[in-house]
Every structure is written in C-alpha cells, then in structure tokens.
Write a protein that binds this ligand. Structure first.
Ligand code: ADP
Ligand code: MG
Length: 258
C-alpha cells in the first residue's frame, strides 16, 4: 500500500488523560513511522484502549497533543493557535483511521458485503457500484470472497472479525488500530485473523495492535511497547523486548504472559 512512504504517521506528545480522579494516561510520548507495526502490551487497566481511543478522538486528551499524518487530532492549527475541529471535520479525520475492536459490532441485518459497503456509501458518499466492487475486493483480501452474501449470524467469530477488518479497510485508512482483535475468539479462530493482519503489515499498513498474542508480536511487530499505569515502561524491537528487557516490570509482565 504505502510502504514506499517515509516519515512519521502517528505522533503522541506528552499525552495525558484522566477519568475523574484517575489519571489513566500519564504522559505518553511516541512516534510511529509510516508502515510501522507497533504491538502494545500491558496489564488490564493500564490505559491501552484509552490511548487508541485518544488517537482517533473518541476521547479528548487533557494535556499533550496527537498528530496523525501531520494533522493535530481533534484540532486545526490556525496562525499557530489550536482551534477545535467541528464534528464534521472530526468525522472526516476519523475515517482515515481504521479501528478494529474485540467485539466486531457488525450490523446483523446486513450481509458481509452490506457491512463493508455501508460506510463508504453513506459516509464517504461513494457510488453504490463502485463501493460494491471495492467491498468485494476487500472481502477477497481477508479471505472471504465466498461469504459476501452471508449474514454475520451465519459466520464464525473469526470470519466476523475478518469482515470487521474489511469494513475498516473499505474506508481506505492511513492507519489501522486494533484493540485486542482476537481476545474474544475461540483459540482455533485466532490464527486466521492474525494471518489477515500479517498480510496488512506486509502491504505496508501503519498499525498499532493491542494484543496478548506475543507470537504475533515476535513475528510481525517492528516494535513492542509495554504500557503500565499510563506510561510507556519499555519499548524496543521484539528480539530486545522479549530476550533482553531492561525493566523489572517488563520481566514481570513477560513472566506472567509467556
Ligand atoms: P486497558 O485497555 O489497558 O485495559 P483502559 O484504557 O480500558 O485499559 O482503561 C484504563 C483505566 O481507565 C481503567 O481503570 C478503566 O476503568 C478507566 N476507564 C476507561 N474508560 C473510562 C471511562 N469512559 N470512564 C471512566 N473510567 C474509564
Ligand atoms: Mg483495553
């Protein structure tokens, strides 16, 4: 897809987020390059989902700044000042960021193809036949070319999650954010979803993947990051992260998960 591009795709600068009295993100700073695959690991409640939700502005940060492809998330820069974007502008920006959740949230009354073409037709206002053609190609890409007319209820969890990935891809995102995409799946269905994600990574998609699948992290990630209590405790290439972690908290986390 965009593997020839270079530069930063996602930049987080000292991102803070609190819910009530709890500071959930306590200063997250990171740069993610175009085409980079970053796996985020960390204990439950450490702020991983919140970080992803801040990146596509489902949550507003309290302090700090996030940029996607050079654009400040949720804000416009006007003469050096940050002005909050309109709902419409936020929606447009969000369309460039594909998000895949643990629960796929497909429309049960729509076929696989209907699910994949819904947003392109109604949000991006793409012509029906063009959207259908692109949708078929996306379903083909995730290995579901023979399921385009199936309803979610007729598909396995792994197939539904692949439809959810195709649905996100149909918006032609610059970035894909995955929040524990396989943790609701039966173990035998995890592999097919990871395979699709692997092929996206090979195509050069910029990806942040929150997952406990450390085999995937070892094989596919350019960088693995441990988030604990709202900060990045450790980050590095998988060999370093797994074989030679510098922090006790990483060692402890790995001893529990591996
Ligand atoms: P993780 O994804 O790492 O498990 P989360 O980002 O979901 O962690 O949550 C981090 C902390 O923030 C948790 O303590 C959670 O209860 C709290 N939290 C998340 N979202 C909200 C919210 N909308 N309102 C209040 N607390 C929240
Ligand atoms: Mg989470």
């Amino acid at each position: 897809m965009q593997s020839y591009e270079t530069g930063t795709m996602i930049r987080c600068e000292d991102v803070h987020k609190r819910f009530g009295r709890t500071e959930v993100l306590r200063g997250i700073t990171c740069d993610i390059a175009k085409g980079e695959v970053v796996v985020v690991a960390g204990p439950s409640g450490s702020g991983k989902s919140t970080l992803l939700r801040c990146i596509n502005h489902l949550e507003r940060v309290d302090k700090g700044r996030i940029y996607v492809d050079g654009q400040p998330v949720g804000y416009r820069e006007v003469n050096g000042k940050f002005v909050e974007k309109s709902e419409r502008e936020v929606a447009r920006m969000r369309a460039a960021i594909g998000m895949v959740f643990q629960r796929f949230n497909l429309f049960p009354q729509l076929t696989a193809l209907g699910n994949v073409t819904d947003a392109p037709i109604h949000v991006r206002k793409i012509g029906r036949s063009q959207a259908m053609e692109a949708g078929r190609a996306m379903l083909q890409k995730v290995g579901l070319g023979d399921k385009i007319d199936s309803y979610p209820g007729q598909l396995s969890g792994g197939q539904q999650q692949r439809v959810a990935i195709a649905r996100a891809l149909a918006m032609e995102p610059k970035v894909m954010l995955f929040d524990e995409p396989t943790s609701a799946l039966d173990p035998e269905l995890v592999g097919e979803v990871l395979e699709v994600m692997k092929s996206l990574a090979r195509d050069g998609m910029t990806m942040i993947v929150v997952t406990h699948e450390m085999g995937f992290a070892r094989e596919v990630a350019d960088r693995v990051m441990l988030i604990d209590e709202g900060i990045i405790v450790e980050e590095g290439p998988p060999e370093e992260f797994f074989n030679n972690p510098s922090h006790d908290r990483t060692k402890l986390f790995l001893s529990k998960i591996l």
